[in-house]
Design a protein around this ligand. Structure first.
Ligand code: G1P
Length: 307
């Protein structure tokens, strides 16, 4: 039984986590292991996102998976044999780690049969929403936005301005074509101070010369329920896929308020080895048990590489 929306801090009940991608940039590892379960030190990226969703006050994680990616769901289930063995051996720390994912938040699976795009994946989540949900959060598990907590900020912005709110980072000009890019409205002194900007357009993966700004979507969205209707009305866009960006652009065109929170912190892209490995190093260096050993080893590797 899910709780009424009023009992959800930040008024978000469901966080949608699209995790149906094929993980081609991590083959051959992702032949059998879903990309979202690759460890950031010892914890799968998707568990970090589940924690972020729980911290936002959400009560369910709608995980969009592809057929054959049920390992992701298993990660959020009990594992009685393993837990009994760890318990019998008195390995309490490990036992707590094994149990942590399922204790964070309830998960509900949604299967995307065909890879038709992020917009299609998010659209499927409508079926698991309760009638009292007028907003849904989307967290892309490839993006780690640090320090955690940007969605709480976004919820405050939605409480003030209504509509939909997205997280943005400023990227270099030659990187814009990897992102959904925002066209920004006139500066409003008060909101700019807080790193909040009104958005007047959005385009998916533009060529640098066509990019309306260098502010890019970074995997955290608070979307008004109207997004589902917009998702039904878009055509395939960039890459021939149904793009979430295009549905947001459609809402903007129709006068729906959309704002961004410009994130000044760090962002890791777990979606490819060149972003994933630095993320592992970043968390590894800060790890209570392994941090100092990793620090020493990484320094040696770099010194040797540079000499
Ligand atoms: C997706 C979105 C894009 C966004 C990006 C953030 O792209 O389509 O708008 O900027 O995530 O990581 P993808 O990385 O799946 O190609």
């Amino acid at each position: 039984m899910s709780l009424p929306i009023a009992q959800h801090q930040n008024a978000v009940k469901t966080v949608v986590v699209p995790a149906a991608g094929m993980g081609t940039r991590f083959l051959p590892a992702t032949k059998t292991i879903p990309k979202e379960l690759l460890p950031v030190v010892d914890t799968p990226g998707i568990e970090l996102v589940a924690k972020e969703a729980a911290d936002l006050g959400a009560s369910q994680l709608a995980i969009i998976t592809a057929p054959n990616k049920d390992g992701i769901l298993k990660h959020f289930e009990a594992f009685p044999e393993l837990e009994a063995t760890l318990e019998a051996r008195g390995k309490t720390d490990q036992l707590n780690k094994v149990r942590a994912a399922r204790e964070l938040i309830a998960t509900v699976p949604v299967v995307q049969e065909k890879p038709l795009g992020l917009g299609h994946a998010v659209g499927l989540a409508e079926s698991v929403l309760d009638d009292d949900e007028d907003v849904v959060a989307v967290m892309l598990p490839d993006d780690l936005v640090l320090p955690f907590g940007v969605t709480e900020r976004m919820a405050e912005v939605r409480a003030k301005f209504g509509g939909s709110v997205l997280a943005a980072i400023e990227v270099a000009e030659d990187e814009v074509s990897s992102y959904g890019v925002f066209e920004l409205g006139e500066l409003d002194a008060e909101s700019e101070n807080e790193g909040i900007r009104r958005v007047v357009g959005m385009v998916e993966k533009p060529a640098p010369e066509d990019a309306p700004s260098r502010f890019a979507a970074t995997g955290r969205y608070l979307l008004d329920r109207a997004i589902f209707d917009a998702l039904r009305r878009i055509e395939p866009g960039a890459g021939g896929e149904l793009q979430l960006t295009d549905a947001i652009a459609l809402l903007i065109e129709e006068g729906h308020p959309v704002h961004i929170v410009v994130h000044e912190g760090k962002r890791h892209d777990l979606g490819n080895p060149a972003g994933y490995i630095p993320a592992v190093v970043y968390f590894g260096l800060r790890h209570a048990e392994y941090g100092s050993k990793i620090h020493r080893a990484v320094k040696e590797i770099i010194a040797e590489f540079e000499s």
